[in-house]
Design a protein around this ligand. Sequence first.
Ligand code: ASP
Length: 301
Amino acid sequence: MPNSCKPSLIVHGGAWAIPDEAVAAVHAGCRRALEAGREILERGGAAMDAVEAAIIVLEDDPTFDAGTGSHLNRDGRVQLDAIVMDGSTLEAGAVAAVERVRNPIRLARKVMESCEHMMLVGAGAEQFAAEQGLPLCQPEELIHEREKKAWGKCMGGNHLSEFHFSHQHGTVGAVARDAQGRIVAGTSTGGTCCKRPGRVGDSPLIGCGCYADAEAGGVSCTGWGEAIMKVVLAKSAADFLRSGQMASQAAQAAVELLARRTKGTGGLILLDRDGIPGFAFSTPHMAYGYVAPDGSIVTAV
Ligand code: ASP
């Protein structure tokens, strides 16, 4: 592994039909996440810390479907999923269907670093959080007024598409490469709106919503989980990188695979093993941003 590499960082805030009124908040959220991660990487910090810090910013921002402000499930509750993966060791930690953890990405990291298993769900995951000293919150603290209203309309309208799709917002993710060349990817989500209690999508599943391998690169996905799982989208994108495709080509090829084989829509961000960013999406928009080679921040929807 090279002694000193140029650090790289890319984030996303979900692939969805971002309404005009949300655009400014989405840009601002991605920027703040990139600033938090960049600050760590610039002082020689670890890719793992940068990914965690960037995702915590996005989880705490109710603009995004992760952490506080996530979509409500049919029972009117928030159930959160997250994963983090270290491309140097192929170790990963994941949690699903947690209701009392404000920052599931922190818990996913604890699972990776301090648990004999790779994935914990529900009450068992929350028990592990408590054992690890992570504070548990009340489930209601994760509920945002906007989501409560949207949920009421959606359920009352029997999931009519004008209610169901008009309030969708996005999963979050980050991929970083630090000065030591370590690549880490992470993804965090509240899942799809009005999902069945207990439903888990692609996001916390290794190879589906997230993958990292120092020999190929790191990937974080967003979009329709039931389709993304079928093509193991993050691993597929990493395989395109491994086969020698450039970052942007690999991202595009993965999204095309998703469309061709499942008719599903979504998007992804990635860094190749040299830290070159790539992204692609088949939804009307995807919120994303990256640190450019000159250190400046670029965000887009
Ligand atoms: N992929 C997420 C899920 O299916 C949702 C999203 O990315 O918007 O849970």
